[in-house]
Design a protein around this ligand. Structure first.
Ligand code: KG4
Ligand code: ZN
Length: 374
């Protein structure tokens, strides 16, 4: 079985080919285009700009992924009579899609899996509508995929074995959620952020102290330069909700504390390398302390056999180190860095295990999709 995965929920345009043979799910090829350079000057993702970029790049990444898998051959093209209607809000993509469909024969793929949510509404629709057209043109099934579930399931591509029940922490730029997983398809939401996501807190804190977007990797890089002998600023940030008897999070107060601390400093200090390093270290420690404490509590309370991490923030080395040091009686599954951040391989893999397909005419994006839905 060969599945084409498509992901456009935020600022990465991704396509991948994933296969399932003799029960083994593996990536055949994956291509993505990151919009980081485009959004850098805004300090965050600008939805209308992101939509335009997805439209311009989606055919290119899909073509490249299929070519790498030797699935594309020039010849008599395919047609979907509804292409213009389906892509009426994506004129840039319409042009590219028509060119693509008329140039190549139908590739030997069995289905298309696409992210339908959660994510940025205009961005999600680009992927959804493109996948609808391909499903119509190739007359193959279309599988809607929940982006958060896909993060939780990315381990499927690395042949890792999960003993259920598992507790999964998904921490990204848009989400911070803890869920109980009873099987690959049974998810129960235990808690989530009440305001900002962990990644958003990294990004906004970085912006306040003058570090580039995305803030997570920028803060992590500064934090590695921290040395205990150089702590003249004694910065102490709050760990919001760390001891509450639930599985929820709140990160907006932490970001505000960063802002107040920064504003209270003299202009000279604001540019002081040691101040930036110390603040970055403290932001990283505060966010990871809360994530690990709540993850451990959920895993203990629900007698989880396995703990799974997913989402861009879980690429953070300090978080990985703390999870490994603090959760010692459970199996820990952390995807490789490339699979932690947004990618289409995880969408295709999730599509394989979810399997439920829908008619291309009915598929819709859902920016607020919850982990237990779809
Ligand atoms: O999952 P992802 O690639 O996209 C979303 O679905 O949001 O996550 C992106 C988020 C950004 O907020 C970014 O700053 C954060 O993940 N991130 C990190 C690291 N790498 C990416 N945060 C902390 N440490 C990192 N190494
Ligand atoms: Zn994500």
């Amino acid at each position: 079985m060969i599945i084409l995965g498509i992901e456009t929920s935020c600022d990465d345009t991704c396509a991948a080919v994933v296969s399932k043979e003799k029960g083994k799910i593996s990536s055949v090829s994956g291509e993505s285009f990151s919009q980081i350079e485009i959004h850098k000057k805004w300090g965050g993702v600008y939805p209308s700009l992101a939509k335009r970029e997805h439209q311009g790049k989606l055919v290119t990444v899909t073509e490249a992924a299929l070519k790498k898998s030797n699935l594309l051959q020039e010849g008599k093209g395919c047609l979907c009579k509804k292409t213009s209607q389906i892509l009426s809000h994506e004129p840039l993509l319409l042009k590219e899609t028509n060119k693509f469909l008329s140039k190549y024969k139908k590739p030997e793929i069995d289905a298309i899996a696409v992210t339908i949510g959660p994510g940025l509404d205009p961005c999600l629709w680009v992927g959804v509508n493109f996948a609808r057209v391909l499903s119509c043109a190739y007359n193959i099934p279309l599988i809607p995929v929940n982006h958060i579930k896909a993060h939780a399931l990315s381990y499927l591509l690395e042949e890792k074995h999960v003993d259920f029940p598992a507790v999964v922490l998904i921490a990204s730029g848009g989400h911070t959620e803890l869920a109980l997983m009873r099987s690959v398809t049974d998810f129960e939401l235990l808690g989530e952020t009440r305001d900002d996501a962990a990644g958003e807190c990294f990004d906004k804190s970085a912006r306040i102290i003058g570090l580039p977007y995305p803030g997570g990797p920028a803060i992590a890089t500064e934090a590695t330069q921290f040395s205990i002998s150089n702590t003249q600023f004694s910065i102490k940030l709050p760990r919001p909700m760390i001891n509450t008897n639930d599985y929820d999070f709140s990160f907006s107060g932490l970001k505000t504390a960063v802002l107040y601390n920064f504003r209270s400093q003299e202009e000279k200090t604001k540019k002081d390398k040691q101040y930036i390093i110390q603040m970055a270290k403290e932001v990283e420690e505060a966010i990871t302390d809360v994530l690990v404490k709540k993850l451990k509590k959920a895993a203990d309370d629900y007698n989880a056999k396995t703990v799974i991490l997913g989402g861009g923030v879980t690429a953070n080395k300090r978080l990985r180190e703390k999870v490994n040091n603090n959760i010692i009686d459970k199996k820990i599954i952390i995807p490789s860095i490339l699979l932690s951040t947004d990618n289409a391989e995880m969408i295709a893999a999730a599509g394989i295990v979810i399997g439920k397909n829908v008619n291309y005419e009915e598929l819709k994006a859902d920016p607020n999709l919850k982990i237990y839905e779809n």
